[in-house]
Design a protein around this ligand. Structure first.
Ligand code: HAM
Length: 424
């Protein structure tokens, strides 16, 4: 009996070829756009102590309560694969005295996150985020800037028609007042609520507003925005003015309460019609002025966002915004072992001229090498044999029209560059 193959764990995926370049192009674009705004990289561990998320993300949230991958290491420490980037980034930055002297401090990050979610299109147990966090200031202009970086990342990825939903969760006092209002509204409805909502009523009443099952109760629930104190109201007004000044469209949506505990004031989500139902947020974020203190660090206001890379990939795929990278433009082959050094030198020259070049020095049938080109979508094959070495030339074959000619490598490079419209 043959040994059974081992599949990738449920909710994870492999990223081959075009998927791999699609993922990397989202990450590269986010790095490029955010660094243009002065954001510096921060790279934190993929696992952290479980307590970081219990305190930061919040024990009452679905993410911590139901979705975290926790384990004990050999030293009996409780660790968790990070379900999100923010608590680790704040631990690293707000805990660093050098960073605390730079206000604002702008950071950008990307990498894998882990949530024990129900897998479906655009929702995985291992997924990737790109994000930013700005620490040290409470300034509506910074909230605007953060939204702008996310917005410009989407547009640099060719993603249009992003629907930005904006809300304010107000100050701690605003939320405490609102919590009482929600309890007064929901408690008499307790028996009509779904199981999750009954639990939320006790643990995290704000999350009641996230419920899709009890949507009709959500629609009639009191609205936090209506009861904000004057200072919070002004702050929120300034954020909206700033977005208008930058020409970034948005809708105020009082239901954007977000699933994580640390938010205050500005919160937002980026939605897109290519994503369905519950998965239609391609990103989200907001302000979290109390988070550093909850983590036992000096009080440090902050704001940030994360975009889900797999969701960006879905949108780009469905809207035709992703153009896969080209396979190697050319395959260089040595026709005999004596020609290998010459073939190597030709490949080096082509790569120096930025022509994507694969090199095949194995002795084998030429037909097979041509077939490899066909399958890869590689149009050109450069052949180097005894004659080519002697005359200092190469044979350039076009595998589409099956023509070939002898020419000097410099002319060959010029030809390939003009044929590909200049190799980028
Ligand atoms: P979040 O809303 O939990 O926020 O996640 C941000 C984005 O990650 C979501 O909008 C979605 O695109 C993507 N995402 C979440 N879960 C999954 C999943 N299971 N599969 C695929 N994609 C997923 C945060 O994580 C906050 N840390 C954002 C933030 C930064 N707030 C302030 N700073």
């Amino acid at each position: 009996m043959s040994t059974p193959a081992i599949a990738a764990p449920r909710g994870t995926r492999d990223y081959l070829a075009e998927d791999g370049s699609s993922l990397l192009s989202c990450v590269d674009t986010h790095r490029r756009v955010s660094s243009r705004f002065g954001y510096r990289p921060v790279i934190t561990p993929i696992f952290e102590s479980t307590e970081l998320f219990e305190r930061g993300t919040g024990t009452g949230t679905d993410v911590v309560e139901k979705e975290m991958y926790t384990f004990r290491d050999r030293g009996d420490r409780s660790l968790a694969l990070r379900p999100e980037g923010t608590p680790g980034v704040i631990r690293a930055l707000a805990g660093d005295p050098a960073v605390r002297d730079i206000r604002p401090y702008r950071a950008q990050y990307d990498g894998p996150m882990f949530r024990y979610d129900r897998p479906q299109k655009g929702r995985y147990r291992e997924f990737h985020q790109v994000g930013v966090e700005v620490l040290g200031v409470r300034d509506p202009n910074i909230d605007v800037e953060v939204i702008q970086v996310a917005w410009e990342t989407c547009s640099a990825l060719g993603i249009t028609h992003v629907d930005i939903r904006l809300n304010s969760l107000g100050s701690r006092d605003d939320r405490l007042r609102y919590r009482d209002e929600l309890l007064a509204y929901y408690t008499p409805l307790r028996d009509e609520l779904c199981e999750d909502c009954r639990r939320r009523l006790a643990t995290n009443p704000l999350r009641l507003l996230d419920c899709k099952t009890d949507a009709r109760h959500v629609a009639a629930a009191p609205v936090l925005l209506d009861g904000l104190a004057q200072e919070t109201r002004t702050y929120f007004h300034d954020v909206q003015e700033g977005l208008r000044a930058e020409g970034i469209p948005f809708t105020v949506d009082p239901r954007i309460v977000r699933g994580l505990d640390y938010y205050c004031d500005t919160t937002f989500e980026f939605w897109h019609s290519s994503l369905n139902g519950a998965q239609n947020a391609l990103g989200g974020g907001g302000r979290y002025d109390g988070l550093a203190e909850v983590l036992g660090l000096p009080q440090t206001p902050g704001v940030g966002y994360a975009l889900g890379v797999e969701r960006l990939m879905v949108i780009r795929q469905e809207t035709g915004a992703f153009h896969p990278e080209q396979p190697p433009t050319v395959l260089v082959v040595a026709l005999d072992s004596g020609s290998a050094p010459y073939a190597r030198a030709c490949a080096r020259q082509l790569r120096d001229a930025a022509v994507p070049t694969a090199l095949d020095l194995a002795q084998g049938k030429l037909d097979r090498k041509f077939r490899w080109c066909d399958r890869m979508g590689t149009v050109w094959c450069i052949m180097c044999g005894e004659d080519e070495v002697r005359t200092g030339q190469v044979t350039l074959r076009n595998l589409q029209d099956r023509t070939q000619e002898r020419l000097h490598i410099d002319d060959c490079i010029a030809r390939l560059c003009s044929n590909t419209g200049g190799v980028k």
